[in-house]
Write a protein that binds this ligand. Structure first.
Ligand SMILES: *[C@@H]1O[C@H](CO)[C@@H](O)[C@H](O)[C@H]1NC(C)=O
Ligand SMILES: *[C@@H]1O[C@H](CO)[C@@H](O)[C@H](O)[C@H]1NC(C)=O
Ligand SMILES: *[C@@H]1O[C@H](CO)[C@@H](O)[C@H](O)[C@H]1NC(C)=O
Length: 459
């Protein structure tokens, strides 16, 4: 019984001891004479500039926008400084004590601001996202969670092989380096979440740096976090480079199509050109319209030139081929009537002069219809045995036929040894095509190798 009572009493005593930390008012922290505390003056112990230690935890990076050259970051931002002028709450047993954040308004605090921020969002749900601690050694920690929209100057000269450096800068607004200095926390200056995942870029490096700035009014302390972001090539490889190369290769199909097929070859060239220009526009849809030439522009331009040259090659083939209306009559049998008439006149005219006018001979021959075969004509003419004139006897006219007609058929036979001009031109055109079949792929491969060799180190 007694033991229980003793235990209860000791428990009550220990309880009262733990609860001894009474509620604190701001005046409990101020020196005995509050007038000696100037909240506008940094706590310069022994005339030394106050050092404020920074710690940044980056929880997220996202919304990297090339058009506006901005990105968003979610951070925990901690500032620690020592104010020797403060009084510690009496009987402070714990390592640190939570203070009301409102008191910051009445005490000295670092005046850091985000130099390259376009907007800063301070979250208030469910309670305002900040707190203040007072350590036993009069050190004050102020921690705040912020969402920042930061500007990041980007250069797209070697886009899409580029690497961008995006910064988060914190500078002092009103204190020069004589009064206050920022420094990184000696133990853990920066923590970047390992799981940060960006759609197009990869976070390859993060480091801290000093960005103290010299102004006309003095030197202002500044610290920065640098994120090195490397563009991932995968997206561009599958959406720009490979499709573009395929379009260029597609335009070469034209060299294997026979030169006479103008619609097929022209359509192929024009379609390739249009598709390529769409590809080019798509490849930089997310970029601001910069005035300089980008790597992807160079690649696309070369591809466009290739497709254009393939189209021009057909133009050359057409020129070599000559007027398309010219070669047609040659393969066809030449208008036989005129030629035959001439020949007939030549062969018979002199002899016929004496007896029958040559016009009449022509009439007779025309009546015998040249459209029908020569043999039938001969036989037909053989049938009417009685002829008005010995010179016009059917055998003769048939002989003349046999004499006059052969020159027309030999045209194809002659081709075996000697080509017609049209065939020569066609052969030349095919030579141009054959040359292009080798020259285009070779040059394109060469230029592609040069391109990838140039940007190899950036991949
Ligand atoms: C702690 O509180 C007790 C009781 O009020 C007091 O006697 C003692 O002086 C205090 N100690 C310090 C270090 O202030
Ligand atoms: C940030 O940098 C540190 C030190 O260089 C490194 O250990 C860490 O992995 C980096 N974090 C990311 C997300 O790259
Ligand atoms: C400011 O910095 C420059 C160089 O960093 C230094 O030469 C100069 O003395 C500094 N001025 C002040 C007032 O500290």
């Amino acid at each position: 019984m007694m033991i229980i009572i003793v235990l209860v009493i000791t428990a009550i005593i220990s309880q009262t001891k733990a609860d001894y930390q009474t509620s604190l008012t701001f005046n409990d922290l101020l020196p005995e004479d509050p007038k000696t505390y100037d909240k506008m003056r940094p706590p310069k112990k022994d005339g030394q500039a106050t050092t404020v230690f920074f710690h940044v935890t980056v929880m997220g990076l996202d919304s990297i926008d090339e058009t506006s050259m901005t990105y968003a970051a979610d951070i925990f931002f901690a500032q620690t400084w020592k104010d020797h002028r403060l009084r510690l709450p009496e009987n402070m047993t714990s390592e640190y004590r939570l203070l009301e954040v409102e008191w910051l308004k009445n005490m000295w605090r670092p005046d850091s601001f985000f130099k390259n921020a376009k907007s800063v969002t301070f979250q208030t749900m469910t309670i305002p996202n900040h707190y203040m601690w007072l350590y036993k050694d009069k050190t004050i920690l102020y921690m705040v969670k912020l969402t920042l929209r930061l500007s990041c100057a980007m250069n797209f000269v070697i886009y899409p092989h580029d690497t961008q450096e995006c910064k988060l800068q914190m500078e002092s607004l009103s204190h020069t380096t004589e009064d206050m200095k920022f420094d990184w926390d000696p133990e853990v200056p920066l923590v970047v979440d390992e799981n940060i995942e960006l759609p197009q870029l990869a976070l390859i490096k993060n480091y801290t740096a000093d960005c103290t700035q010299v102004y006309s009014t003095g030197n202002f302390t500044c610290l920065e976090v640098v994120f090195v972001l490397k563009r991932r090539l995968g997206y561009y490889l599958f959406h720009t480079y490979i499709p573009t190369c395929l379009i260029v290769i597609m335009s070469w199909v034209s060299f294997w199509i026979k030169p006479e097929a103008a619609p097929a070859r022209v359509t192929l060239g024009v379609t390739s050109l249009l598709t390529l220009s769409t590809q080019h526009a798509k490849s930089q849809a997310s970029l601001p319209p910069v005035s300089y030439l980008k790597a992807v522009d160079a690649f696309m331009s070369v591809c466009t030139v290739f497709v254009f040259m393939a189209l021009m090659e057909y133009c050359l083939v057409n020129i070599v081929l000559g007027d398309s209306s010219l070669p047609k009559p040659i393969p066809k049998p030449p208008p036989p009537e005129n030629k035959f008439d001439k020949f007939f006149e030549l062969a018979t005219g002199k002899t016929a002069k004496n007896s029958i006018p040559s016009a009449k001979v022509g009439l007779i021959i025309e009546q015998k219809s040249f459209s029908s075969r020569r043999e039938t004509r001969c036989s037909q003419q053989e049938d009417p045995t009685d002829s008005p004139h010995p010179f016009l006897n059917p055998r003769r006219s048939c002989q003349i036929d046999a004499l006059s007609l052969p020159p027309a058929p030999p045209a194809p036979a002659r081709g075996a040894t000697k080509l017609t001009p049209a065939q020569v031109r066609l052969r030349r055109a095919i030579h141009v095509d054959k040359f292009s079949r080798v020259a285009f792929p070779l040059t394109f491969t060469l230029l592609n190798c040069t391109y990838w060799y140039m940007f190899y180190e950036y991949i």
